[in-house]
Design a protein around this ligand. Structure first.
Ligand SMILES: Cc1cc2nc3c(=O)[nH]c(=O)nc-3n(C[C@H](O)[C@H](O)[C@H](O)COP(=O)(O)O)c2cc1C
Length: 369
């Protein structure tokens, strides 16, 4: 018998049994009545892949190239701010990095980690990692985080655009639960002299004051103009996470951005909007840049559909957080392999030997309802 389930619903049930209730709800929940979060998943069902025959799909190639790196899979691990707490040893960031190293699936490392980004980067082995930046209001601190990401060897920086302030999350409000305000997952700030010099007392003297200072400095509501200094600040490829409109996508090209990420933060930030997958194709058509995708991916079938709609790489969020809780490194490795196996078999049976075949016209369409 396998140790871990091969489907998302059973995996979430396992994780719910082991995670503390406030962490489970922080991960599982979303914004408002969670309509957009549900839509993110449900909308995948409206699309169908056209089965094709006689195309020699007895072997498949799921490799991709991104930022000059040859990757063995089209997946990536989305940044999850509390991933450190989803592991029983409270070092989830490092455990996920180990799974990334073992599978070759890149990890996008959140600004909000339990251990400093340098330690996570060191655990990634030969697999490229990306650093996800929440640009703080303090420009020196922002530049310092970028410098550290470069020095740590990350292959790209992803700027998250939809979270300069936290969305309305009833589960967390009802539970009085916001891990960062209890001092969790702030290691990158607590190891940065540009943050520490803002504190009137040391961390040991007053951890909660430090957490409040983090809340003050956390999110800068960027304007397009800010992309100029961000672009000048680093030679690393820059991705914009949370681009959903084709107009914004086109405009980002003018600022020398290297890739876009269609994402609505898994429905955690703004409720009432479209499912992210319904926005992907138009963004892909608007620009000649790699377009990464996340939000609502729960299966290998979803991965194939996102690729067919034009995604260069497909990210998963909550599924690997639950896999980590249920089974540590082995759980995450199992989860990633399960997604890949399902995607690979679907491509085999439906006659798509490569990702390029998936992107040909006529592969995917919205099904009549
Ligand atoms: C608990 C949790 C924490 C998250 N933390 C971050 C974060 O620190 N930075 C970020 O850019 N996105 C964060 N996200 C959003 C994910 O990167 C990703 O966009 C989303 O989870 C994808 O949707 P899915 O969970 O439906 O797969 C978080 C998501 C969850 C569930």
């Amino acid at each position: 018998m396998p140790r871990f389930p091969a489907d998302f619903v059973s995996l979430e049930a396992q994780a719910k049994e082991v995670l503390p209730w406030w962490i489970y709800n922080y991960v599982a929940g979303g914004c408002g009545d969670e309509y957009t979060q549900r839509e993110n998943c449900d909308a995948f069902r409206h699309y169908g892949i056209m089965p094709r025959r006689f195309r020699g799909s007895q072997t498949r190639d799921l490799t991709i190239k991104l930022f000059g790196n040859n990757l063995t899979t089209p997946l990536f691990l989305c940044p999850i701010g509390v991933i450190g707490l989803c592991s029983l040893d409270l070092h989830g960031d490092l455990r996920v990095a180990e799974a990334s190293a073992r599978t070759g699936v890149p990890m996008m490392v959140s600004t909000l980690s339990q251990v400093p980004m340098e330690e996570i980067a060191a655990a990634l082995g030969d697999t490229p990692g990306y650093f996800q930046l929440y640009p703080p209001k303090d420009r020196d601190l922002a530049l310092s985080l970028i410098r550290r990401a470069e020095a740590a060897g990350f292959a790209a920086i992803s700027i998250t655009l939809d979270t300069w302030v936290t969305g309305w999350r009833p589960r967390d409000i009802n539970n009085g639960s916001f891990p960062q305000l209890r001092g969790h997952c702030l290691a990158n700030y607590f190891t940065d002299e540009n943050f520490l010099k803002r504190l009137p007392k040391t961390l040991n003297e007053d951890l909660y004051a430090a957490a409040w200072e983090w809340a003050n400095v956390f999110g800068d509501c960027l304007s397009w103009d800010d992309l100029k200094w961000i672009r000048q600040a680093t030679k690393l490829p820059i991705m914009l996470k949370g681009i959903c409109s084709p107009d914004d996508a086109r405009r980002a090209v003018d600022y020398g951005i290297d890739a876009l990420q269609v994402s609505n933060h898994g429905g955690r930030q703004a409720n009432g909007g479209w499912a992210a997958i319904d926005l992907l194709e138009d963004v892909v058509k608007a620009v000649d840049l790699p377009v990464l995708f996340d939000s609502g991916v729960r299966s290998g079938t979803d991965v194939v559909k996102a690729l067919a709609l034009g995604a260069t790489s497909v990210g998963i969020g909550r599924p690997y957080a639950f896999a980590l809780a249920a089974g540590g490194v082995e759980g995450v490795v199992h989860q990633l392999k399960s997604l890949l196996a399902e995607a690979d078999l679907l491509m085999a049976i439906d006659g798509y030997p490569t990702i390029a075949h998936l992107k040909e016209p006529g592969t995917i369409a919205r099904k009549p309802r």
